[in-house]
Write a protein that binds this ligand. Structure first.
Ligand code: PMP
Length: 430
């Protein structure tokens, strides 16, 4: 039940992501979700192309995830993590240590992706304090995105996250040119020149390099060459700088590998995961480190890692994450993601021919159409809903990252809707 008065209250009183309170874009009331379908209050069903921003990989309302939550709820929904531990946290961290790159052994549970990025950056700062040095700069890539909290924002693309708004408040870090060599392109060694120059110049101040491996998500949906990432690892080793991989979006199979770092065969010193960790049921993230990083932090003057939020290790979130990871370990995702990738290559890539399209790219269960003109968000969103699909474009990007369990006919419906949308000039700003 969702009344007109609910809609009016929402418009008057509730902030939505990146939305004006004075002139908000329309919001669609959703009242239920099942598998890859979202049900609106008026009864219409939409095929979900977004997985609720990379999270709902197994589909919505999954009986096994629900069961895990219910089971945990009968034991306890929450208990503080300071001085206590509990079976679901241990089970989750065991799985994380097992599934992530071998060198990562120590897990810090955080409340959200952005917070895990904050934690990873604080870990890097404390690591250097543990080594008796003060290093406070981070090297990162233009067009990156790491979250909306302040430390995370300071390493996001300066233009996309409007660093000019925060000048004087945000710490200033070092930005290498965004990689230009695409995932499927022939490797061009010069792509790495700017990064090489900057790490050489600044390494004595650098606490860490932080980047999204292989896929730059919210900063442009760009897929770069794994060789770039290999070189980053080599240069971090050469200059003694930590490497933080933000796999909050790419982790848990989305790019066709369990973790995007595996495309390059590298291991980071610190890894951030989130989003799909709970199968999209609730917020939880983690930062994992090597033993060496953890030990060095523990030797820093504080004697411990200085972080410990109220809801750390929330049992409900841990329990549902354990089940989500168990489902991933059973392995159906590999065939599902491969089949989504195949279908996207067959059906989405041909949209390259449309006059409005600058480029189309596909990697794993991600399909991106980059247009010449920015989209008219309100018009395009309304059009997609009228076609029975949920696709949330931004800037010059219309992209798909559906739940892994999506049926081929439903994925075709999403792709077709994009094809038709591209034919309407009113969907784009001039
Ligand atoms: N890092 C990356 C790569 C992300 O894509 C996101 C979310 N889009 C974040 C960090 C922030 O995560 P959250 O929104 O859960 O804070």
């Amino acid at each position: 039940m969702f009344t007109q008065s609910d809609a009016e209250f929402d418009r008057q009183h509730i902030w939505h992501p990146y939305t004006s309170m004075q002139d908000p874009l329309p919001c669609y009331p959703v009242v239920a979700a099942q598998g890859y379908l979202l049900q609106l209050a008026d009864g219409r069903e939409l095929v979900d192309g977004m997985s609720s921003w990379w999270a709902a990989i197994h589909g919505y309302n999954h009986p096994r995830l629900n069961q895990a939550l219910q089971q945990q709820m009968t034991q306890m929904s929450h208990v503080m993590f300071g001085g206590f531990t509990h079976p679901s946290a241990v089970a989750l961290c065991r799985k994380l240590v097992e599934m992530t790159p071998a060198a990562l052994e120590c897990v810090f549970l955080a409340d959200s992706g952005s917070v895990s990025v904050e934690v990873s950056m604080k870990m890097a700062l404390q690591y250097w304090l543990g080594r008796g040095e003060t290093r406070q700069k981070f090297l990162t890539l233009k067009r990156g995105y790491h979250g909306d909290t302040f430390a995370a924002m300071s390493v996001c693309d300066p233009d996309n996250s409007m660093h000019s708004l925060w000048r004087g408040y945000l710490p200033e870090h070092v930005f290498a040119a965004a990689p230009e060599c695409g995932f499927d392109d022939e490797w061009n060694a010069h792509d790495f020149d700017d990064f090489a120059r900057l790490i050489k110049q600044h390494h004595q101040q650098l606490a860490a390099v932080i980047l999204e491996p292989v896929v730059q998500g919210a900063g442009g949906m760009r897929f770069y060459h794994p060789r770039y990432l290999q070189r980053v690892r080599e240069y971090c080793d050469r200059y003694g700088v930590l490497l933080i991989a933000d796999e909050i979006a790419t982790g848990f199979g989305r790019t066709g590998k369990l973790f995007a770092c595996q495309h390059a065969g590298i291991e980071p010193d610190i890894l951030c995961v989130g989003k799909a960790l709970t199968g999209g049921t609730m917020t939880l993230a983690a930062a994992l480190t090597t033993r060496e990083v953890a030990d060095t932090i523990s030797r820093s003057p504080a004697g411990c890692f200085m972080h410990g939020p109220t809801f750390m290790g929330n049992p409900l979130a841990c329990a549902v994450a354990v089940e989500s990871l168990r489902m991933l370990q059973e392995g159906a995702w590999t065939a599902q993601v491969a089949s989504i990738e195949h279908q996207l290559r067959e059906q989405l890539l041909p949209l390259q021919a449309a006059s409005q399209v600058k480029s189309v790219r596909v990697l794993g269960a991600i399909g991106v159409v980059e247009t010449h003109q920015p989209v008219n968000m309100a018009a395009l969103q309304q059009f997609f809903v009228s076609q029975g699909v949920w696709i949330r474009p931004f800037g010059r990007l219309i992209y798909l990252m559906p739940p892994y369990i999506i049926a081929p006919a439903a994925l075709e419906k999403l792709i077709q809707a994009i094809g038709v949308a591209l034919e309407h000039p009113s969907h784009f700003t001039s």
